[in-house]
Design a binder for this molecule. Sequence first.
Ligand code: GLC
Length: 801
Amino acid sequence: MIVNTELEQKGNLFPSAIKTYEKDVDTLYFTTENNVILQLTVIRDSVIRFRYSTTGKFENDFSYGITIHASRGYNFLEISENETHYIITTSKLICKVEKISLQVSLYDAVDLKLINEDEIGFHWEESYEFGGDIVKMSKICQKSESFYGLGDKPVSVNMKGKRFENWVTDSYAFGKDTDPIYKAIPFYTAIQDNKSYGIFFDNTFKTHFDFAQERRNVTSFWAQGGEMNYYFIYGPKMEDVVANYTDLTGKPHALPPLWALGFHQCKWSYYPESNVKEVTKTFRDLKIPCDAIYLDIDYMDGFRCFTWDKNHFPDPKRMVKELENDGFKTVVIIDPGIKIDLEYDVFKEALDKDYFCKRADGPYMKGKVWPGECYFPDYTKPEVREWWSGLFKELIEEIGVKGVWNDMNEPAVMEVPNKSFPDDVRHDYDGNPCSHRKAHNVYGMQMARATYHGLKKYAYPKRPFVITRAAYSGTQRYTSTWMGDNIATWEHLWIANVQAQRMAMSGFSFAGSDIGGFAEQPQGELFARWIQLGVFHAFCRVHSSGDHGDQEPWVFGDEITDIVRKFVEIRYQLLPYLYTAFWSYINNGTPILKSLVLFDQEDPHTHYRSDEFVYGDKILVCPILEANAKGRRMYIPRGIWYNFWTNEVVEGGKEMWVDADLDSMPIFIKEGAVIPKYPVQQYVDEKKFDKITLDVYYKNGKEKSQLYDDAHDGYDYKKGRYSLRTFKVTGKKEEFILQQHKQGKFDANYKEFHIIFHNLPFKITSIQIDNVEIDFSHLKNTKTKSIIINKEFTEIHLSGK
Ligand code: GLC
C-alpha cells in the first residue's frame, strides 16, 4: 500500500488491472476491470499522448491548445507485450504500460535508460459539488531532476521544490512568488541525467503542479475537472522539447511586421492629441528610436470600446496619419467589458444577437470594469468571434490604427472577491457547452484570437499586431504578450528577466515586461537598467500607470536619456539579428531567449541559473539587477566568448566578475558568430541604406550563423520572397574563411556588406574574395580589420602569419 499525504485524503480512486487492449492505427486503448480507459496515441516518435477516462467513455476530443497544424507521424512503431507489461516502441521512446496498475514508464529507445515513470500514476476523486472528476497524476521525481517552464510564474527559472496553480488572474502589483498571475500555460520541461522531456497537461480547468514540494521524490499535477489528458514530449535536448511543444500548440501564424520589434512607448494614458504629439515629437527631437505609441483607455468615449473621445481626439484618422508620417504606428487598447448602454451600438448589437455570457440560470453576466457595469462577449463561440473581428473594420481599415492591445481579458471584474466571473457562468466552448470553470483560462486567448482575425483581415496586405494580457497554451499563435501590472522596484526587474525567459521556454517568445514598472515610479538608475534588459526582449515597451509621474526616457535627466538612447540604438542595430531569431522561432519553434539550461543542459552549473540568458543563439546577456552596481558576477557558459564592448576573450564554464557601469551591461558574443547590424534609424525602414554591417568574430574551428530578411511586412515571404543567408566560418591558426550560401527570392535594397573581423589572431597577408586576390593595403595600419564587399559574395578567404 502506498502512503501519500495527498492520497490519504479520502476518496481517491485508482485504475485496476487491464482487462482488454485494442489498437486503432497509432492509438491504443487499454481498458481496466473498473472501466478506466487509457487512450495512448503516438503523435510523433518523441511525442505520446495519454488520455484517461473513468467512465468507459471519453468527452468530445476538442482542444484550444493544440493547433490543427501540429506535425504528426513517426518513423517506427512496434507494440509487444510480456507477462507484466504492454510495450510501445518508437524510434525515440519505449513506453511500458503495467498490466496490473495501468502505470506508465518511459525509456530512451537508444540507450534504454529510464526517462520518467509514474509513481501512483493516474488516480482521481469524484467531484461531489460539480460532478465529474478531479483528475490527478503523480510521477517519480529523480534526485537530480530539475523543472522549468509554466509560463509567467514569477520565480527562479528552476521550479524544483515549488507548487503552482494555473488560473489566469488580474494581479495588479503582484510580487515574487505570487501565484497564480495572468497566464495559464500548463507545460513544463524537466531534465535528469542529461535527458530532457516535457509534459503538456492540456486541461483548461484550474490545474496544479507540484515539483517535489510535498514529497521530495514525487512530482504531480492535477485539475479540478475535465480529463487527465497530457502529452509526453521527449528531447533528449531541451531545445527540442520546447520546439515540439511549440509545434503542438502552434507557432505564430506569421512573422510580426518588423516595426513591432522596434521600441514602443506607452502610458495610462497619453491624451489629448496634443500630449501624444508632444511625446512623439520629443522622441524625434532627442533622437531616441521609437516605432509605436499607445493609447490606453482614455482615448475612448466613456471607456466604450470602438469609440473615441471626440474632445480629446477630434479627428483620429488625421492624427494617426500624421503620426504615421513621422514613423509612429498607433496601437490602441480594447477590453472585453462592453458598457451596458442601449444607446451604444456595439452593446446593442451584441444584446440583440445574444452574444453576451450568461449565468447558469439565465441572466446575463454583469460585472464592473472601467466603464461601470458591463456585459461580456462569449468569445468561445465562433459566431461571436466572427462578429468581434468585424468590429475592427473602422479602427484598422478607416482610421489606420496598426495594432490592438487586449487587456483585462482574464476576464477581470472589479469589486468582486475572485476578480473574475463566478464559476457558474456558461460558455459555448466551440459547441461543447460548459461552465466558467472550464472556460476561464481560455477566455482571454479566444478574445485575442478574434482580435487577431479582425486585424489580419483589415490590415491586409500588411501583417497584424496584437498584444494580450491573459493567455493559455497556444495563444502565441495569434499575439504577443506582456506580463501585466508589475512595480518599479529592483525585485521586479529580476522578475521581468525570469518571466521573459520562462515564457520563451513555454513556447511564447514574443513577450516582454512593462519597462520601468507599471505601478510607482522608478529612479533613473532602475529605469536605465530595465531598458538594458528590455531591449533584449522580443517585445520591448515602456509602460506605466502614470499615477506617480512620467516614464518617458527623458524624464530622468540627461545621463539617463543618453543611456536609454545608446541601448535602444543597439536594439535597432540588432534588428536583423532579432528578426532572424524570430524567423527561426516561427519556423522551428526555437525560443528567442534561452535560459542557460536550455543553451547548455550538459553543464549542470546551468541548471540553477536564473539571471543570464542567450538572446538568439549567439549573444549572452546578463542584466544588472542591483542599485549602485559597477558590475556583477555572472556565469559564462562553456566555450569562448568575446566581451561585446572590449572584444576581450573569455573562456566560459565558470563564474566571473564583469564590469558594467550604469552606461554598460554584461554582453558577450559567441566565438565564430556573424552578427548582422543595421545602421541606427529612428524607426524601422526610415532609411534606405546601401550597406549593412556583419560583425564576424574569429573562432579556431567552425560555426554557423544565419541572416533572414524579407519586405519587413506583408505576406510575400510566404511565397518565397525572403532571403536566408547562411554564413559558415572556419578558422585556423593563420587562416579564416567566411562562406555564404543564399536561399530565397528576396533581394534587399542594400547592395553591400561592411564586414568587420574581430579578434583575428594573425596579421593578414592575403585576402581572396571568390578566389580573386584583393588589395588590402589600406588595412595594414588600422586596428579594425574591415572590408566592404558586394553582398552576394560566396567566400572570403583571409590568410596570414
Ligand atoms: C490594466 C493593464 C494596464 C493598463 C490599465 C488601464 O491595469 O494591465 O496595462 O494600463 O489596465 O487600461
